[in-house]
Design a protein around this ligand. Structure first.
Ligand SMILES: C[S@@+](CC[C@H](N)C(=O)[O-])C[C@H]1O[C@@H](n2cnc3c(N)ncnc32)[C@H](O)[C@@H]1O
Length: 270
């Protein structure tokens, strides 16, 4: 599948505020938010200069602000960038944002080599660029200083199928088998949808990140045991706390890496 940047930008322009609510639906989505946030809390040091690329409306820009980072925000969608800018004012993270840029993760040429301590690419920018993913990864690594960290998440094949099973079963079997074999959700396999992306298997992501210029520090699922369950299951704080404990273990278990909607990875630039 050939990457179509205009279609991606148009999709997220039209999605508008809908992007914010994706972490608030099922229990697994809430776990995913907690686990993405936890990665930033564990790996990103206060005072870091961070590029939040594919930042969307700013969930993680806000977390980076709370962690005491200086943040540069970037997104291909003008509307998502505008939501991020508005969120900065209404949710109080503007003081930490150096600048906002409408750009493509495949071309970070406005930033110099080694200019960031960390790059955050959460929610799948690397899933949207299809055949340009090597270029996108190379750009993320180029703008990192030596020893800098890239925190990323991409859409997961089996976990997304689990989470969105009713919609999956609405598609003809041939279309689903094509998605399983290529990992590509394209206009030809799902003509009714405008959400086109590549969904990864954990082995595939591991191979993609297997490069001499980086070290894979962590690979996990965004949720495992909670994927697909209803949020009401954990209204009680003690049950939620127990679930978070289980998920910390389950999401790293090799047998469950593919169980979440996303695969989460942290890599260090050599
Ligand atoms: C699913 S949202 C994730 C937003 C946010 N990072 C989060 O995790 O909540 C994906 C975001 O990536 C942006 N995006 C997709 N492809 C991109 C690309 N090639 N370059 C930059 N941003 C991109 C979209 O516009 C959208 O705002």
């Amino acid at each position: 599948m050939t990457y179509d940047p205009a279609a991606v930008a148009a999709y997220f322009d039209d999605l508008s505020e809908g992007e914010w609510t994706r972490f608030e639906q099922t229990l697994g989505d809430r776990v995913s938010l907690a686990r993405h946030t936890g990665v930033l809390e564990r790996f990103i040091a206060s005072g870091s200069r961070v590029l939040d690329v594919g930042a969307g409306p700013g969930r993680f820009t806000e977390v980076l602000h709370r962690l005491g980072c200086r943040v540069v925000v970037a997104d291909i969608s003008r509307e998502q960038l505008e939501l991020n800018r508005r969120g900065a004012a209404t949710r109080g993270y503007a003081a930490s944002v150096e600048s906002w840029h409408q750009l493509d993760i495949c071309d970070l040429s406005v930033f110099g080599d080694g200019s960031f301590d960390a790059v955050v690419a959460f929610g799948g920018p690397l899933s949207y660029v299809f055949d340009e993913r090597d270029r996108a990864l190379a750009e993320c690594l180029r703008v990192l200083r030596g020893g800098g960290l890239l925190c990323l998440s991409v859409m997961s094949l089996w976990g997304s199928m689990h989470r969105f099973l009713p919609g999956v079963l609405d598609l003809p079997l041939d279309a689903n088998l094509a998605i399983v074999s290529t990992g590509d959700l394209t206009p030809s396999v799902d003509p009714a949808s405008r959400h086109h992306c590549h969904v990864f298997r954990s082995d595939e992501l591991r191979s993609f990140l297997d490069r001499p210029d980086l070290e894979l520090l962590e690979l996990s699922a965004s949720s495992a045991v909670a994927t697909g369950h209803d949020a009401s299951l954990c209204a009680d704080p003690a049950r939620w706390q127990a679930l978070v404990e289980f998920e910390e273990r389950a999401c790293r278990d090799p047998g469950l890496l593919d169980a979440g909607t996303h695969l989460l990875a942290v890599v260090r630039r050599a």
